[in-house]
Design a protein around this ligand. Structure first.
Ligand SMILES: [Zn+2]
Length: 410
């Protein structure tokens, strides 16, 4: 199946033009006009490649060769077309285009029974409704219709109201849930969105794990007092306590091994005045690691850090864990097939990577044997109009995908 670079480059260019901010990056919120144009482009391309297609209740679009009916077991591959505001042209799009190109190449080759289903997941990014991976969660059954009805976009439309014109429907959600037995495996191609591969000239990598994530809301309460007349030993400064914790959180990943990261991304201070000792500091912690043990150790360390800072300064403290997503180990058997396909393409030393970012693959991995393929991101830049990946690298990932899905496992 001859994979063609020119078609892949054209897809990325055309989809990049479907944006609400022309000239300033991709802006395609799920169910918006630009997102629909991109979705329609996908549909037109798979139709030209001899596929039939359907939209499931959660709004994900599926396409298979016409010679393969919906009850047959197949491979699944795809990603998302929605973007963050002023995002890049490659995030998500690369994985959709790779799957489309394999379908086109097979069609051109006269293979009308390729066991591959391409998928466009709806609302991966989380910037439209405030929570990510909604299409995959809805299809996988890890979020229900009522929870999706509670999420609203900036036009105050909930998921079902916004999705009604795009074939999403709450009343079909339970009946159209993912049937894991229908799929031999999921291979999601995605850009790395980090600098490691580009820096080390690793063009395509096999992702062996997706980092788990724990998020926390931490609050420290002290006593507001006069910044001039309160001596340094008589203070209960909530912000100074928070500063101590934040500096320690930055060092926390050193204890947790490779690929662990920790971030304090938001802080609010009261009363937030130049001449008042802060009485209250509330901040978030986002902790990620490729295995659950490291997350557990990080959790314990974080709690100890906060308690120690509070004790030292006479502060009250509270830690609320606001999200727990387990680390995902990707499937070894599918990974072996990818390694074998890489050998066949002369890419025998396929580097391995861990995904720090979450993807739809993480939602499906507990249900369907899953791996990801990463393509290097120039200078690690993503969620930015400057996002870029080499077409040649995308072609290599697409050829790998084609090699894996050429036949079903026994
Ligand atoms: Zn993405």
């Amino acid at each position: 199946m001859p994979v063609r670079a020119d078609r892949i480059a054209a897809d990325i260019e055309v989809i990049g033009r479907f944006t609400h901010t022309p000239g300033a990056g991709s802006d395609r919120p799920t169910f918006s006009p630009a997102w629909r144009q991109a979705r329609d482009y996908f549909v037109a391309e798979v139709e030209r490649a001899g596929c039939h297609w359907r939209v499931d209740a959660a709004g994900n679009v599926h396409a298979r060769p016409r010679g393969v009916d919906w009850s047959q077991r197949v491979w699944l591959s795809g990603s998302h077309l929605d973007s963050v505001p002023r995002g890049g042209d490659f995030d998500g799009v690369v994985g959709v285009v790779a799957a489309v190109e394999v379908l086109r190449a097979a069609h051109e080759d006269g293979r009308h029974d390729l066991p591959l289903e391409a998928i466009v997941f709806a609302e991966e990014e989380g910037t439209t409704f405030g929570l990510g991976m909604l299409g995959s969660r809805g299809w996988a059954g890890t979020i229900d219709a009522a929870a999706l009805a509670a999420l609203r976009n900036r036009d105050s439309k909930n998921y079902w109201e916004a999705g009604a014109d795009h074939d999403a429907a709450a009343d079909r959600l339970a009946a159209e849930r993912l049937r894991p037995a229908d799929y031999a495996g999921l291979i999601e191609v995605h850009i790395e969105q980090g600098p490691a591969m580009w820096k080390h000239d690793r063009r395509v990598a096999l992702v062996t794990a997706i980092a788990g994530r724990r998020q926390y809301a931490i609050s420290l309460r002290g006593v507001a007092n006069h910044a001039g007349s309160t001596g340094m030993n008589d203070r209960h400064d909530a912000l100074a306590g928070a500063a101590e914790v934040i500096a320690a959180v930055e060092c926390l990943p050193d204890l947790l091994g490779d690929h662990a990261v920790a971030t304090v991304g938001r802080i609010a201070v009261e009363p937030n005045a130049v001449n008042v000792i802060p009485s209250r500091a509330e901040f978030t912690v986002d902790l990620r690691a490729p295995d659950d043990h490291s997350l557990e150790v990080g959790d314990e360390r974080l709690r100890a850090l906060v308690a120690a800072a509070a004790l030292r300064r006479g502060l009250e403290h509270e830690i609320v864990r606001t999200e727990t997503l387990p680390a995902v180990r990707l499937d070894e058997k599918v990974a072996d097939r990818v390694r074998a396909a890489a050998g066949g393409l002369g890419l025998s030393l396929l580097p391995e990577a861990v995904s720090g970012a979450l993807h739809d693959a993480a939602i499906l991995a507990p249900l369907v044997p899953t791996v990801m393929l990463f393509v290097a991101s120039r200078d690690g830049i993503s969620h930015n109009p400057a996002e870029f990946s080499r077409i040649d690298d995308i072609v290599d990932a697409t050829r790998l995908l084609a090699g894996v899905v050429a036949s079903l496992p026994d």
